[in-house]
Design a protein around this ligand. Structure first.
Ligand code: NAD
Ligand code: TYD
Length: 351
């Protein structure tokens, strides 16, 4: 893998992955990061990387739905491997406006698969990043395995499920070397503050209400983002082609438990001026439609085959994450204001 195309590298997980590859891993090639820069992407996340690794990191502003532009990227940079993160990723947005999810997650993935198929045998690997949400919802017991049937419940999950099926089909039909990973909920640095954990950290710091959907007893299996990045790289290097790997955190928590832990840690790190615990900010709000009750991952396959397991516990990962948001208030202000989107338009044009 000399010239690795990373799509969506200016988003939350993509940023952490590029940092991990260049700063910590044994990857020795070059990364071409293609991102459209939606509200969720910020190239400033990697501006220090661009300076420190001028030969090994390139950013190209492009939409994966633009097949001609993507064809030029594949050829100009002699792409031989792909790690595909780019997606619309927020369930609540998919409920309000599913179109962009179909465009990017389904059509965009299809475009990349076609470009890879046309360039065989040059393409060594197409790794597709997916989610455990494709499996639908669990009851009180059980875990999602790689054999669990797909039952997506939100437009987001349905669009990811569709893209997973296409990736699998391109392996079966055309022999494209692919791997797929289905991961549980991530948290950590650079996550856009519309998702549960960063939203609650920032609202707690700012003394705003902490909106918990429904009864707050929905369960997610939380994984620290660096652990996800390590897993992806192990799969890319040594995962069996054509296979799917589930990645999880051993981190099952109800939303209420998560929010209470955030309140307690924030109280500890920044004692509230009022003297009142931030738990008092918790506000129960109307439930999300089609809200999946519980996600939990059986990750024994990746553990057995590749020796991967999460390093971070939820408590240690959450403390690191809160500290990161405390130390990066400027980043928060920038992504909330969308200021950098204007900067991007002036530097890279509008298309
Ligand atoms: P994110 O929303 O933070 O980032 C997505 C990135 O993709 C952004 O930089 C955005 O600008 C870019 N993008 C969107 N549409 C594009 C397009 N048409 N062309 C090019 N770039 C485009 O998302 P994330 O949380 O980093 O998730 C990354 C991937 O991981 C997604 O595929 C998501 O489904 C998957 N995933 C996320 C989680 C999670 O908990 N966040 C868990 C499992 C899987
Ligand atoms: P989210 O971070 O949106 O991830 P996903 O929907 O992909 O799992 O939400 C995580 C959980 O937190 C989910 O059960 C919905 C819930 N949630 C709230 O209770 N309040 C909120 O403000 C948000 C954003 C999410």
């Amino acid at each position: 893998m000399k010239n690795l195309l990373v799509t969506g590298g200016c988003g939350f997980i993509g940023t952490n992955f590029i940092r991990y590859l260049l700063e910590e891993s044994d990857f020795s090639g070059r990364i071409i990061n293609v991102d459209k820069i939606t509200y969720a992407g910020n190239p400033e996340n990697l501006s220090d990387i661009a300076e420190r690794f001028p030969e090994r990191y390139r950013f190209v502003k492009a939409d994966i739905c633009d097949r001609e532009k993507m064809a030029r990227v594949f050829d100009e940079y002699e792409i031989d491997a792909i790690c595909h993160f780019a997606a619309e990723s927020h369930v609540d947005r998919s409920i309000v406006g599913p179109d962009a999810f179909i465009q990017t997650n389904v059509i965009g993935t299809f475009n990349l698969l076609e470009l890879a198929r046309e360039r065989q045998p040059r393409i060594e690997l197409f790794h597709h990043i997916s989610t455990d949400e494709v499996f639908g919802s669990l009851g009180a017991d059980g875990l999602f395995t790689e054999e669990t049937p797909y039952r997506p419940n939100s437009p987001y999950a349905a669009s990811k499920a569709a893209s997973d099926h296409f990736v699998r089909a391109y392996h079966k039909t055309y022999g494209l070397p692919v791997t797929i990973s289905n991961c549980s909920n991530n948290y950590g640095p650079y996550q856009f503050p519309e998702k549960l954990i960063p939203l609650m950290i920032l609202n707690a710091l700012e003394g705003k209400p902490l909106p918990v959907y429904g009864d707050g007893l929905n369960v997610r299996d939380w994984l620290y983002v660096r652990d996800h990045c390590v897993a992806i790289w192990e799969i890319m290097k040594r995962g069996r082609r054509g296979e799917t790997y589930n990645i999880g955190g051993n981190g099952e928590k109800t939303n209420l438990e998560v929010v209470r832990m955030i309140c307690d840690f924030v109280d500890e790190m920044v004692p509230p001026e009022s003297g009142k615990s931030r738990r008092e900010l918790i506000t129960f709000v109307k439930d999300r439609p089609g809200h999946d009750r519980r996600y939990a991952i059986d990750f024994r396959k990746i553990q057995r085959e590749l020796g991967w397991q999460p390093e971070e516990s939820f408590e240690t990962g959450l403390r690191k994450t809160i500290r990161w948001y405390l130390e990066h208030r400027e980043w928060v202000d920038r992504v909330r204001s969308g200021e950098y989107l204007e900067w991007i338009r002036t530097h890279y044009g509008d298309e």
